[in-house]
Design a binder for this molecule. Structure first.
Ligand code: UD1
Ligand code: CA
Length: 452
């Protein structure tokens, strides 16, 4: 049976108090509704329709997915009305209804759930809550069969005591939607077309209500304000941290790790507190990532040590390199094995050869640095003249004395040495020494000025 997914995302989200449409607020750096689209996408539906209203264009621009369609709900007249807006876009056999503000639903749960739908049964996801207030309640008969859902605002005192709630997630045949949605009425406490009235209609039609529960309650938690958003962020991060730990990664405090993207972390990696992994990150076996590091779109080999407060962005780091503390590797940095980048060093669009060291207070940009090069403290590649960028080449075995400026384009030949404090504007021949600074002059017995 072919599957379509309808994602309701037209709500205003007033309680977010935000310019940004609610469903675009991120969990792990990704819009909430994108999480829902991706979870649904894992079931390879033939069609996914997002019902949007507020901030429509922004939502459309921000969300990506395969076989996505958009249905506008100009006025929010209720969840039943919202699904009705999607109906013209649907011709699949089974329709799964999800919420754009319930971001952590898992594909595994959905797959099992959708499997329970057939011509004679509608699937309903429910949950038992200690405090069910605010939710629609699931009403059952003497035999325990679901008969209907009653919304909080329409519920009698007795019904309000029911603890089984409607999560809002539902699946049924398109034919049933076609037949029943036009028959919804808005004669209820909120004057809305309730999707939940479909349950009683299905029961009337002699269908079975197949009730299912999510594996984890947080899968069906919704976001109405930023407090709930932050809670679900932590839930999500906790799940990711736990998955890493199960794969053999040491996470010193799972409450202080954030993964915003795809992280491939090998076993025996240690992640200290407040590490953030963003985008596509891969970290090889045995790496140690110190506290307060941000690693984004980067590839780290085996046994790399990153000391605290370092930022690695768009870089490739070879096996057994040492980076930081307080290092910043910018996009296009490639460190060969065993290279060392120390404190307050910034690199950009540069390759650093095997075993080379850039240990202190340095900027290396647009450079090719060979093997076993030593770049002294305070070295700056002057790669930019205000209009264009130029290359600096340091060949194998070069030694750059401290506080030197390398004015690109410039090449320092193999095993050459640059004296400390030099401003190098011309190429240096291999094995040579370049000293480019004022000559030292000594004045004997110089009387230091005194206060008058
Ligand atoms: C709904 C259910 C309730 C359930 C609860 C779970 C109905 C009538 N009630 O109530 O049984 O316990 O969810 O959270 O369905 N939306 C639209 N267009 C609309 C109205 C809503 O797109 O016209 C979207 C909202 O953006 C949201 C979702 O549908 O993503 C749920 O809407 P909301 O108003 O939060 O429903 P509840 O009253 O909480
Ligand atoms: Ca709600």
């Amino acid at each position: 049976m072919s599957l379509a997914v309808v994602i309701l995302a037209a709500g205003k989200g007033t309680r977010m108090k935000s310019e940004l449409p609610k469903v675009l607020h991120p969990i792990a750096g990704r819009p909430m509704v994108q999480h829902v689209v991706d979870a649904a996408g894992a079931l390879s539906p033939a069609n996914t329709v997002i019902v949007y209203g507020h901030g429509g264009d922004r939502v459309r621009e921000a969300v990506t997915g395969e076989r996505l369609q958009w249905a506008e709900q100009a006025e929010q007249l209720g969840t039943g009305h919202a699904v009705a807006q999607a109906l013209p876009h649907l011709d699949e056999d089974v329709v799964l209804v999800l919420y754009g503000d319930v971001p952590l639903i898992r594909p595994e749960t959905l797959r099992r759930f959708v499997g329970r739908v057939n011509d004679q049964s509608l699937a309903l996801m429910t949950l038992e809550l200690d405090d069910p207030s605010g939710y629609g309640r699931v009403v059952r008969d003497d035999q325990g069969r679901v008969t209907r859902i009653v919304e909080q605002k329409d519920a009698s005192d007795e019904e309000k005591r029911l603890r089984e709630i409607n999560t809002g997630i539902l699946a049924c045949t398109r034919r049933f939607l076609n037949d029943s949605l036009p028959r919804l009425s808005n004669r209820n406490a909120q004057g809305e077309y309730y999707l939940t009235d479909l349950i009683a209609m299905a029961v009337d039609a002699g269908m079975e209500i197949a009730v299912d529960q999510p594996d984890h309650p947080w899968e069906v938690d919704g976001v109405n304000d930023r407090v709930q958003l932050s809670r679900l962020e932590r839930v999500y991060q906790g799940v990711r941290a736990e998955a890493l730990m199960r794969e053999g990664v040491t996470v010193l405090d799972p409450a202080r790790l954030d993964i915003r993207g795809q992280a491939d972390v090998a076993s025996d990696v240690t992640l200290d507190v407040n590490v953030i992994l963003e985008g596509r990150v891969s970290i090889g076996p045995g790496c140690r990532i110190g506290a307060h590091c941000v690693i984004r779109d980067a590839d780290l080999g085996a046994g790399v040590v990153v000391e605290p407060h370092s930022i690695i962005d768009g870089a490739t780091v070879g096996d057994h390199c040492q980076v930081g503390p307080f290092a910043r590797l910018r996009p296009g940095t490639e460190l060969a094995a065993k290279a060392r980048i120390g404190n307050f060093v910034e690199t950009k669009k540069s390759s650093i050869g095997e075993g080379s060291k850039v240990n202190h207070l340095t900027y290396i940009g647009d450079s090719r640095v060979g093997k076993d090069v030593n770049v002294g403290a305070g070295t700056i590649t002057c790669n930019y003249d205000g209009a264009n960028k130029f290359q600096t080449v340091l060949k194998d075995g070069v030694f750059i004395g401290s506080n030197s400026s390398l004015v690109a384009p410039v090449t320092v030949g193999e095993n050459a040495t640059v004296g400390a404090g030099s401003v190098i504007t011309k190429d240096v021949p291999g094995n040579g020494l370049a000293v480019a600074r004022g000559q030292q002059r000594n004045i004997e017995n110089w009387p230091r000025p005194t206060k008058k």
